[in-house]
Design a protein around this ligand. Structure first.
Ligand code: FES
Ligand SMILES: [Fe+2]
Length: 343
């Protein structure tokens, strides 16, 4: 699936970057091939415009913020958050020519991130119930570019059979490779999938899992949010600790995503510190990245080419493809993908 070619994907919200990255000025971000500039306006809220000045095309992300507006770094033309040019420093009369504006995009802050929708959204930003609940703390874990497709990240995150291999050096059980079954519950956003997974619990994870048992269990209530966000809803029944991860695989272009990952925990710093939680998930995330960057980028939705389920853990990815295929069909689109390589 060539994500930049599927118009309906422009009608979803995506997490682009942590708000804190805008503290020292505007930043560029490419979303579905569209070059954007993000900045923090006078009221502290984020704004997103096309990253291209309408005077002589300089990138506005090279400019600076003044009184909540963005100033082009080339000749100082200034734009408000609606993209209207509000000042041309060289003008003797102060007149602004008709049509002096750049495209503006819907932009909001949520969960410590800047979210953008390029076209009229089909749904609001997903509601993550742990946010704002005093039982939880939120930890921003990772923000990094991966050379893979967002569908590859989504299918991997519901694939129970990779644990035993990709993650064999930490929690995966290579001697127990048959994956546990999911119970699927479709919903307005995609689906929820529940299962119980046995895991290894080496000493390095005792404070993460809250137990010293050498083998323990994860009770997972995972959710997929169309098109490319997911909840890893992990509870360790032995301790009652929650380890709830949200991932957004935000599509930059047809070969690259920005992985945004944050975590909610229902314990405190004394039980397991922020740094311990980042350090624990770091190698696991690197292992996923390493194997996903070694797959074909073209994770086609085309279920005629994906008709086979080889094993139980292929089912979530197939279900995602069916739902994405349906979404395209409802909006009158065909899937665009690279032709299969010649045999
Ligand atoms: S190119 Fe932006 S002000 Fe001239
Ligand atoms: Fe993984």
């Amino acid at each position: 699936m060539l994500v930049t070619q599927q118009k309906v994907l422009r009608r979803f919200w995506y997490a682009l970057m942590p708000m804190s990255m805008l503290d020292d000025g505007p930043k560029p971000f490419t979303l579905l091939g569209e070059k954007l500039v993000l900045w923090k306006g006078g009221d502290g809220k984020p704004a997103a415009l096309q990253d291209r000045c309408c005077h002589r095309t300089a990138k506005l992300s090279k400019g600076f913020v003044e009184n909540g507006n963005i100033v082009c770094g080339y000749h100082g033309w200034t734009y408000d958050l609606n993209g209207a040019c509000v000042r041309i420093p060289q003008s003797r009369t102060g007149a602004i020519p008709d049509g002096a504006r750049v495209a503006a995009y819907r932009c909001q802050e949520r969960y410590g991130y800047v979210w953008v929708a390029l076209d009229e959204p089909l749904q609001p930003i997903p509601d993550f119930p742990e946010e704002g609940d005093p039982a939880y703390r939120r930890i921003l874990q990772f923000y990094e570019k991966w050379n893979t497709s967002p569908l590859r990240v989504m299918e991997n995150s519901f694939d129970n059979s990779h644990f035993s291999f990709v993650h064999k050096s930490n929690f995966g059980m290579i001697d127990n490779p048959v994956p546990s079954k999911y119970e699927f519950r479709p919903n307005d956003w995609g689906f929820e999938a529940e299962t119980h997974v046995p895991i290894r619990n080496p000493p390095a994870s005792f404070r993460v899992t809250g137990t010293t048992d050498p083998v323990t269990e994860r009770h997972l209530i995972n959710r997929w949010y169309l098109p490319f966000s997911r909840r890893f809803g992990c509870v360790y029944p032995a301790s009652g600790r929650h380890h709830i991860i949200y991932n957004c695989a935000t599509p930059i272009d047809d070969k690259t995503i920005m992985l945004a990952q944050w975590l909610y925990r229902n314990d405190d710093e004394a039980s397991c510190s922020t740094q311990e939680l980042i350090d624990w998930d770091r190698p696991i995330t690197d292992e996923d990245r390493d194997i996903l960057e070694a797959t074909d980028h073209d994770a086609s939705v085309d279920i005629r080419r994906k008709a086979e389920v080889h094993m139980e853990s292929d089912k979530p990815g197939l279900l995602m493809r069916r739902m994405l295929f349906e979404l395209l069909r409802r909006h009158g689109e065909e899937e665009v993908f690279n032709p299969p390589a010649a045999a």
